[in-house]
Design a protein around this ligand. Structure first.
Ligand code: NAD
Length: 498
């Protein structure tokens, strides 16, 4: 059993692992047109891992043309929905059956603990494809209430070729959140993974063929943002860009759409999610434990990380003291291939430098480091989990997305001030409220400006939950039926009977 493997076993498997490093176009692994390659580095060692095909506009053209041919042929979009459902269900099972390979590929490229890959990312990707597979034959058009001289019906059709551009923090899972609904709706896909974590996408595309998916329906082009993502987002024959990544790059997607063919754009961007802990919360330790995992899990490289802890004055001191006791050693940096490790390296040395500079900025601005604030003596791009107390919401560490294991505790005076400070952010991805009072909880749900609100928990959910942001955290929703519909368009047919 995978779960019983030792660190040594995982290293042996990593060393023996075979994987593709090109693009995947028209059902086959191919090299970049110009032959270019770039180096992918293992963040746990900072040693080069492999060389991967560097996509250019020529590769994007080839992949989009392949997707368009498949779409025009009708081989996927006109397949009986029940048959599409069967392919995607088989595909979900194949992803699960390849859990170990997916786990290794993402762990080796972006540093996530292997146990998180096996416990969270892979099962969640399987759930994603299962959920959207099941929707294939359950999304209907409509007949509307017209006068008797007309018959009006509404068809729901796929868009065409969808470009998916995704980040490195959950490489398999973020790709799944885009690719699954796009495919279930009958579209063709061109996926551009993050340059830091390109390998699992190639395995995804390969397994789609094994599941019975037609060639050309699911293509992958690797490469950097400017060289590869930009020509995809600017492409005149792409009907939608489904983007997950930073707010800064998300804004560019809207520009590219405007500069090209007015393609649809959905954006899942950054966050600075507040967690409000009121004095009447029921169980301090439970709340503190959620606060700890909400910011240190996945090395804090989580879009909805609970990075701002807004703690009610009467419990502020006790909360911070308990966070120090329970949180200081809860996440220990270690080899991500060790099944007991729960904190891997940050994705790159450059990202570590960025996180460290935020920690320095927090110190300079007068916040107090309760623990962490430095890097462990390990060869990879690690940062120790860090708690700042005495933070003011105007400080940079409370305003900008750090995307690392850095928590900022801010003392607030009651619900009203907590909500005002929570909403004082350009972001609005997620928030939580911890209270025993029903009225307080619902008031917070009403007044918090975020796409997801958790009450007395954090980061809970399933596939029925719309996931996405208010304000500059994005537009559009992943997961849920709404997501599937966003990969379709309606066609109105008005039949004259008079
Ligand atoms: P990023 O914006 O730098 O990159 C995301 C993707 O966009 C990558 O594939 C990258 O190559 C590509 N890209 C970069 N520049 C581009 C350009 N000019 N044209 C086209 N494509 C371009 O983000 P990142 O550092 O990879 O990921 C971290 C960010 O992702 C964080 O801000 C995080 O909050 C966000 N994120 C959001 C969600 C969500 O659901 N809201 C989920 C995960 C991550």
């Amino acid at each position: 059993m995978t779960t019983e493997l030792t660190t040594r076993d995982w290293h042996a498997r990593a060393a023996a692992l075979k994987y593709a490093t090109g693009h995947f176009i028209d059902g086959a692994h191919v090299d970049a047109r110009g032959g270019g390659r770039f180096t992918v580095v293992n963040p746990a060692t900072l040693a080069p891992l492999c060389e991967v095909a560097a996509g250019t506009a020529a590769d994007i053209d080839r992949a989009v043309a392949s997707g368009r041919r498949a779409f025009a042929s009708g081989v996927w979009r006109r397949m009986a929905p029940r048959d599409r459902l069967a392919v995607l269900s088989r595909y979900a099972q194949l992803i699960g059956a390849n859990a170990e390979r997916f786990a290794l590929l993402d762990t080796l490229t972006m540093g996530k603990p292997i146990r998180d890959m096996l416990a969270i990312d892979v099962p969640s990707a399987v759930q994603t494809f299962t959920y959207f597979a099941e929707l294939c034959d359950k999304v209907d058009g409509a007949v509307t209430a017209t006068a008797s001289d007309a018959f009006h019906y509404i068809l729901r059709e796929p868009l065409g070729v969808v470009g998916c551009i995704v980040p490195w923090n959950y490489p398999l899972l973020m790709a799944s959140w885009k690719v699954a609904p796009a495919l279930a709706a009958g579209n063709s896909v061109v996926l551009k993974p993050a340059e830091q974590s390109p390998l699992s996408a190639l395995l995804m595309a390969e397994l789609f063929i094994e599941a019975g998916g037609p060639p050309g329906v699911f293509n992958v082009v690797n490469g950097h943002g400017e060289a590869t993502g930009k020509p995809l987002a600017l492409h005149g024959d792409v009907n939608k860009i489904a983007f997950t990544g930073s707010t800064e790059v998300g804004k560019m997607m809207l520009v590219y759409a405007g500069q090209s063919n007015l393609k649809r754009v959905s954006l899942e961007c950054g966050g600075k999610s507040p967690q409000i802990f009121l004095a009447d919360l029921e169980d301090l330790d439970r709340a503190v434990n959620y606060a700890i995992s909400g910011i240190f899990g996945n090395m804090g490289e989580v879009c909805n990380a609970g990075s701002r802890l807004l703690v009610d004055k009467p419990i502020a001191e006790a909360f911070v003291a308990r966070f120090v006791e329970l949180g200081r050693d809860a996440y220990r940096p270690g080899d991500p291939l060790d099944p007991s490790t729960n904190l891997g390296p940050l994705v790159t040395a450059g990202h570590r430098a960025r996180v460290v500079s935020y920690i320095e900025r927090g110190r300079k601005d007068g916040a107090r480091v309760e623990f962490g604030g430095d890097a462990p003596a390990l060869p990879g791009s690690y940062v120790n989990p860090t708690l700042f107390s005495g933070v003011d919401n105007r400080m940079t560490i409370a305003r900008e997305e750090i995307f690392g294991p850095v928590a900022a505790a801010i003392t607030v005076n009651g619900l009203e001030e907590a909500i005002r400070i929570a909403n004082d952010s350009i972001y609005g991805l997620a928030a939580s409220i911890w209270t025993r009072d029903l009225r307080t909880a619902h008031t917070a749900v009403r007044d918090l400006e975020a796409g997801v609100i958790w009450v007395n928990c954090f980061d809970h959910g399933d596939m029925t939950q719309p996931f996405g942001g208010y304000k500059q955290s994005g537009q559009g929703r992943d997961k849920c039926l709404e997501s599937l519909l966003s990969y379709t368009q309606t066609k109105s047919a008005w039949v004259h009977l008079g």
